[in-house]
Design a protein around this ligand. Structure first.
Ligand SMILES: [Zn+2]
Length: 120
């Protein structure tokens, strides 16, 4: 059975698009977008997807901006989390360009990068 959600942006119905127009004659309205649940679930495996709740990015971000304080209070982060890792340091040849009289001169140097090794 196909399930539908209404877009969760409380102001979805105020956005002027052709697709939101409903009604007959002089009784036209802009209506909140109806979303088919699973519309972007290409695997058909019932995984949750943000686009089951918001019709597009504009509505998602309008919602997040309007309720950011409530979301942060509901799912608050009081301290940072940490993931244990192993790090390897590696030197490699890199270069930078130096501007000199209308030309760029390529200057090699030894750079260092840190590589996070596969922990699992
Ligand atoms: Zn919407």
């Amino acid at each position: 059975m196909t399930k539908y959600n209404w877009c969760h942006n409380p102001d979805c119905h105020k956005i002027e698009t052709q697709s939101r127009i409903r009604g007959t004659g002089d009784n036209k309205v802009l209506r909140t977008v109806k979303i088919k649940v699973g519309r972007y679930n290409w695997n058909n495996d019932n995984t949750r997807n943000i686009w089951d709740y918001f019709c597009n990015q504009r509505c998602l971000f309008e919602f997040l901006n309007k309720f950011c304080t409530e979301i942060a209070n509901t799912y608050s982060v009081k301290q940072p989390s940490e993931t244990p890792i192993k790090v390897k340091t590696e030197k490699y040849e890199s270069h930078r360009y130096k501007y000199n009289n209308g030309n760029y001169e390529r200057i090699p140097y030894q750079a260092t990068r840190r590589i996070i090794e596969n922990s699992s």
